[in-house]
Design a protein around this ligand. Structure first.
Ligand code: 0X9
Ligand code: ZN
Length: 605
């Protein structure tokens, strides 16, 4: 029999036939030791070669490989257009339930691919990386020597071993409130941020992802679904976004076996994994602390009968997060040509590839924003899901764009939160009143940013950055100051750290027939002549025509409005002045800046 099978295999190989291996379901009624975990990963690749690939992303301090299984419909190529999701487990050696959870997620994605259309679409759109054992040395140590070992196996040189890998990440590393400086402690943070090869490997791996959407880092135990911050009890920027994701995850877990995970842990941890991704990259990250419950039997070593229900309920939350990363169901344009791709704009080194702060799906009626007036803010939601989406929530905020362009951010003012919306396949426009801010922003401009976030249980934003989430869009507006005078003075400041030319234009489309707007000559600035020679302006090198401003310098530009003779007191026009700074760097003259809009009213005689 054996010989016949071997003969058939070699015949198949000779004929160039693919030999189909059947995937045996993993037996989750017992724990898997390190060599069994390796065998499972190797078997995934053997049984699903078109859906996954295995790589070593680093080496532990004792020389063991840290392995990552990549799940994607093109596992051999790295596609930067696809989003990346990274799922990790076993930072802490004894947390065997986390290892099983990661293995089950991988198995389910691979085996349901052909029968579950949502999983198939998400796997096609994403690169999902599963790293079941971040701490292979510690994991090996728990098999034989000490079942309850937590840290890695660094020799600290003083007779103690181990660094807590979940205190070794570089964001807010080293706070005594959330980690220990003592080598013998279970929460010893190491000699410096990323001092351990295991965390350095994870850092390098995460930073090398070009389109990282979210991370999940499994721990045990206590039945919690944790989110940043870990180092402080204060709310992180974007707290409503992270809270919505955690709460949806908790609901998904609860729906499977009725267990309600909690949102909070009652201590702080500094140098933790998700603080690093949110704090340094605005990549959302979650720490599920899986079964058993804090008071349940077993702690880190629960009965093996807990494994199956645990992995089933946690898969439900994981697949929903994967879907957020892979789906573009409800979305708002970031600029007129936006197709919903994530990211919609990238930083090129000297500027953004697209102006992602000009969403045509966010506008006001009327378009002119008189300070203090209440206008109607419109937000259009596009629906790409193919059917209506119900129970949709849209939050709209305004903020100072010189402080933050993220939504939500701690400085943002909520305009409205609308819930229970139904978005049909053709999209939906919602409206809300908005009282236009009075005064200027932190840079002295009458310039504000409105941001809108669309949320649905099957499509939540994973970041607060508009260019990286199709669920978030922003539009910058200038407010209008009413001036009852025909001579205006406009201030322009060079906020760059290099010399710049000021190019001023007036929007002629807004000037009615018979009216004239004259831009006066700016007064000489102290730096004007000196700058001109130093950059070779006379030689025409940069062809600068406008006044030249040193960093921090302010110039006052006179503008004169000439009404037609028929005009009378109280008649008004809109004067929109745009001032762009052109940095005096050859080859880098991308204009930056914005303008002022005035309602110019003819004063009484
Ligand atoms: O302390 C830890 O590293 C984690 N708990 S464990 O029992 N598995 O060690 C929790 C880290 C995440 N903490 C917060 N998000 N607050
Ligand atoms: Zn842990």
């Amino acid at each position: 029999m054996k010989r016949l099978a071997a003969k058939l295999l070699s015949l198949a190989a000779a004929l160039g036939l693919a030999v189909a291996l059947t995937a045996q379901p993993i037996d989750f009624t017992h724990w898997h030791n390190p060599s069994q975990v390796d065998g499972i990963l190797t078997n995934f690749v053997a049984t699903h070669p078109s859906l996954c690939a295995l790589s070593t992303i680093g080496t532990s301090i004792e020389g063991r490989p840290i392995q990552a299984l990549k799940i994607s419909n093109a596992p051999a190529v790295n596609d930067p257009a696809k989003g990346d999701v990274v799922i990790m487990a076993t930072h802490h050696a004894r947390e065997w339930m986390s290892t099983e959870t990661a293995l089950y997620i991988a198995e389910q994605l691979l085996t349901r691919y052909s029968s579950d259309p949502q999983i198939q679409a998400d796997v096609n759109h994403l690169q999902i990386w599963i790293i079941p054992v971040v701490n292979p040395d510690g994991f090996a140590y728990t098999q034989t020597i000490n079942r309850f070992w937590r840290k890695n196996r660094r020799n600290n040189g003083d007779g103690t071993f181990g660094v807590d890998l979940n205190r070794n990440y570089g964001y807010q590393w080293g706070l005594n409130s959330g980690s220990s400086p003592n080598t013998w402690d279970d929460t010893y943070r190491g000699t410096g941020p990323f001092s351990e090869p295991e965390t350095a490997a994870i850092r390098d791996f995460l930073q090398a992802r070009t389109n990282l959407k979210t991370i999940l880092t499994y721990h045990s135990y206590s039945e919690l679904f944790l989110r940043p911050w870990s180092y402080t009890t204060a709310d992180p920027p974007g707290e409503p976004t992270l809270a919505a994701l955690a709460q949806r995850s908790i609901a998904a877990i609860q729906a499977v076996h009725g267990i309600t995970y909690s949102e909070n842990i009652w201590y702080t941890s500094s140098g933790e994994t998700t603080d690093f991704t949110w704090g340094t990259m605005r990549v959302s990250g979650f720490t599920p602390e899986v079964r058993p419950s804090p008071t349940g039997a077993g702690g880190f070593d629960p009965p093996t009968s807990e494994i199956v229900p645990n992995i089933e309920e946690n898969f439900a939350a994981a697949r929903a997060l994967i879907h957020d990363a892979g789906a573009r169901e409800l979305w708002i344009r970031d600029y007129p040509g936006d197709t919903g791709a994530e990211p919609s704009a990238v930083w090129t080194g000297s500027g953004w590839s697209h102006p992602f702060w000009t969403s045509p799906d966010i506008w006001t009626v009327p378009a002119t924003l008189d300070q203090g007036a209440t206008v109607t803010l419109n937000v259009h939601i596009n629906n790409n899901a193919g059917s209506a989406r119900t129970n949709v929530r849209v939050d709209a905020y305004w903020t100072d764009p010189r402080i933050s362009l993220e939504f939500p951010n701690p400085d943002a003012h909520l305009i409205a939160s609308q819930t229970g919306l139904t978005v049909p396949p053709g999209g939906l426009t919602i409206t809300m009143p908005w009282t236009v801010p009075v005064g200027t922003n932190s840079w002295g401009e009458r310039h504000w940013c409105v941001g809108a976030i669309v949320m649905h249980a099957s499509d939540l934003p994973l970041t607060t950055q508009a260019e990286r989430s199709s669920n978030v869009a922003i539009h910058n507006f200038n407010t209008t100051a009413t001036v009852t005078a025909t001579n205006l003075i406009v201030a322009a400041t060079n906020f760059l750290d290099v010399d710049a030319e000021l190019a001023t234009t007036v929007d002629t489309a807004l000037i009615p027939a018979g009216w004239h707007v004259v831009l006066g000559n700016p007064p000489k600035t102290k730096s004007r002549s000196g700058l001109a020679t130093s950059i070779g302006r006379k030689g025409g090198l940069l062809n600068a025509k406008g006044p030249l401003l040193a960093p921090g310098e302010t110039i006052y530009l006179p503008i004169h409005v000439q009404p037609p003779t028929s005009a009378k007191a109280g008649d008004a026009i809109t004067v929109s002045v745009h001032a762009a700074l052109l940095p005096l760097l050859p080859g880098k003259r991308t204009p930056v800046g914005n303008g002022y809009t005035y309602k110019v009213v003819i004063p009484p005689k």
